[in-house]
Design a protein around this ligand. Sequence first.
Ligand code: HEC
Ligand code: HEC
Ligand code: HEC
Ligand code: HEC
Ligand code: HEC
Length: 318
Amino acid sequence: MRMVLFNKILIVLLILAGTSVFLSGANASENSCIDCHKTLTPFIEEQKRFNQIRIQHLERDASCSLECHEDRIRQLATANYQQWQESLHAVKGVTCEACHGGDPKQATKEKAHVNFKNNTDPQSPVYYTNVPKTCGKCHPKELDNFENSTHFKKLESLELAPTCTTCHHPHTFTVLNPEDFRNSCGNCHSVYKKVAPYDIPLKAEDMLRKVNKLKFNIENAREDIFWAKKNGTDVGQAEKYTDNALKTYQDLAPMWHEFNLTHFEDVIDSANAEIKKAEDIVKPKPLPTRTESAQVPGFIGLTGLISLIAVFYILRKK
Ligand code: HEC
Ligand code: HEC
Ligand code: HEC
Ligand code: HEC
Ligand code: HEC
């Protein structure tokens, strides 16, 4: 009885798969990797395997693990194409062969996969020690900086070290948020994993917050320049300072990949110093603020009076 039901499900799935192959064939793109892999996942091969596992489990009355397998297999099956599809790479037309090689003009798997190496093969462009070079074709600044890092040296000597895809997960290739650092950097930099320095995750988080603050400061300065210009102030020099800071800001992301946090912080500080110089020119001269006029003159007045009396007293003594 159960077997009959599953055979039916299998047939429905195969029909679904067939339709999706047909539909994608109808509006084929120029790239066979995309065409084929789009239809390949998750319907056909993985779904068949999934159903086999389900059937085996059911035969042994082990229904409890169905969900685990379903999740795992769906994850494997959908990961590559689905994740890539939502990435900036997909938007910018960086297709599979840009990293994997192969020939996207060929329609059959065998011909398209020409010269393919598995990712566990040290000759593969996506073997973890080759990943920096593969990405560096299009991200040369990140590669240059990364090659200067301790991470890269450790990677080259085949020790535990991150490669590009440790932090920019395939195939979403997103940029980490500061909040992600605790987990990501902490995978190695923690007392448990014993890769010093242990305070890296917090330091890195703090550093990227500083980057965001700098961005905020630059935007503020530009706003102040805008208004100062309207009020007839000569803003030429202030604009130069702000442009310097902006240029530094744009270099920060590539420079980050050197993983020299002290140098990184110094550079942020120097950009903030430029912003300060710009603000000194354009920021409306601070009128005595309400809090100041309430407290500070009162205090100064009092000390002034006391010193006057003191001077008077000393003079009288003489
Ligand atoms: C006609 C269908 C088809 C085309 C075209 C195709 N692939 Fe595949 N690809 C597959 C199948 C099926 C698999 C599953 C593993 C297997 O059976 O080799 C696969 C596996 C892979 C793998 C895993 C590595 C491996 O060897 O198992 C990568 C990476 C890959 N393809 C990339 C590409 C790229 C890049 C292109 C274009 C240059 C491409 N594919 C074109 C069907 C295709
Ligand atoms: C920007 C580079 C890049 C692009 C684009 C890319 N991949 Fe990958 N892919 C990688 C890297 C790097 C790995 C190795 C990940 C690892 O080892 O953890 C990988 C791993 C894989 C794997 C499993 C490992 C293997 O080689 O057997 C498959 C399958 C795969 N990619 C398919 C695809 C498909 C299909 C596309 C297009 C839809 C694609 N990739 C686009 C970089 C890329
Ligand atoms: C064929 C060129 C090419 C290759 C190879 C390539 N990229 Fe990209 N990558 C791009 C383009 C184009 C963008 C869009 C941003 C831009 O224009 O700089 C981008 C953006 C990114 C971003 C920013 C994503 C975001 O959401 O802001 C990351 C991170 C990234 N790539 C990592 C990688 C990694 C890691 C690899 C290697 C596995 C790689 N790239 C390989 C071309 C490439
Ligand atoms: C240890 C983690 C880590 C490694 C390894 C790493 N990155 Fe990054 N990457 C980051 C973080 C964090 C950012 C965001 C930096 C920022 O916002 O200032 C980033 C930003 C980027 C960006 C976006 C730059 C921009 O202008 O917005 C690209 C592209 C990129 N990385 C590519 C690479 C490449 C290529 C490699 C390997 C050569 C690599 N990354 C290795 C963590 C890493
Ligand atoms: C896969 C493991 C791994 C991950 C993940 C990792 N690191 Fe590292 N990191 C290392 C190793 C190994 C060293 C070298 C430690 C030593 O000197 O023995 C290191 C060293 C460093 C150093 C010191 C560099 C120097 O020149 O002394 C900094 C800074 C650093 N990592 C930052 C980061 C940041 C930030 C992240 C997360 C975005 C990160 N690391 C993620 C393995 C890792």
